[in-house]
Ligand binder design. Structure first.
Ligand code: COA
Length: 200
């Protein structure tokens, strides 16, 4: 109980610190963050971030399975978790399952997604896909800006989240295909985080 309260206090302190750091940024300036592979140590924070930012319930198995995918990444700023991307290999490409940013519109989501595309490209993976709720304007705008296009719209895809998600429960299935000779740019640094303030 004491431990839970301590974690809650630490989380609140980190949120306040992040608010101050974000307030100090210029309009449109990205929050600098470092990327790392998803590690068990950060799972509680990743879960909390999903819960705070997404109206869809993800099971514990979802996060546990993510640990075995080398494509899952976290973004941190000064030891505070600020973003996460969960992704797995599927049908010869990569399927982005969830992407969350703690602070909106500070370049966290696009940094994670760009890093994924560049890392995948370096391994010869050229196909990317994802589902997104048809009312999720921010995510659709981000995916659109990254070259994803709606291939089909699936009716009632999010039927299991009827209690928490705004109707209609439909999803756009968006895909992005890189050309074989598409320039990839410099490979992003995705480094181990040796210590994380937010670890559980
Ligand atoms: C979707 C989400 C991950 C986007 O991450 P983000 O860090 O806020 O996005 P970025 O700052 O990298 O934005 C990159 C570009 O995407 C577009 N974009 C992002 N959010 C937008 C918004 N609210 N409205 C319009 N365009 C938006 C813009 O083109 C933006 O570039 P700009 O800010 O230079 O104009 C974030 O809003 C989020 O966590 N949402 C809740 C969780 C979620 O819905 N995840 C997706 C489904 S799994």
């Amino acid at each position: 109980m004491g431990n839970a309260r301590q974690k809650q206090r630490k989380h609140q302190a980190n949120q306040a610190k992040l608010q101050l750091l974000t307030d100090a940024l210029n309009p449109g300036e990205a929050l600098p963050c470092s990327l790392a592979p998803l590690k068990e140590q950060l799972l509680p924070c990743v879960k909390r971030l999903h819960k705070a930012r997404l109206p869809v319930n993800y099971s514990d198995d979802y996060f546990q399975d993510a640990l075995s995918s080398p494509w899952c990444m976290t973004a941190s700023h000064q030891g505070i978790l600020v973003g996460a991307l969960i992704c797995k290999e599927m049908e010869g490409g990569l399927r982005v399952q969830s992407l969350v940013a703690e602070v909106p519109r500070r370049g966290i989501g696009s940094k994670l997604l760009k890093a994924l595309v560049q890392r995948a490209q370096a391994k010869g993976i050229l196909e990317f896909s994802l589902h997104v709720h048809v009312r999720n304007q921010a995510a659709i705008a981000l995916y659109d800006s990254m070259g994803f296009r709606t291939s089909i719209t699936k009716s009632n895809y999010y039927h299991r989240s009827a209690a928490t998600l705004e109707a209609p429960l439909d999803a756009h299935f968006m895909v992005k295909t890189l050309a074989v000779d598409e320039p990839s740019g410099a490979l992003p640094a995705v480094t181990e985080i040796s210590s994380a303030d937010e670890s559980a």
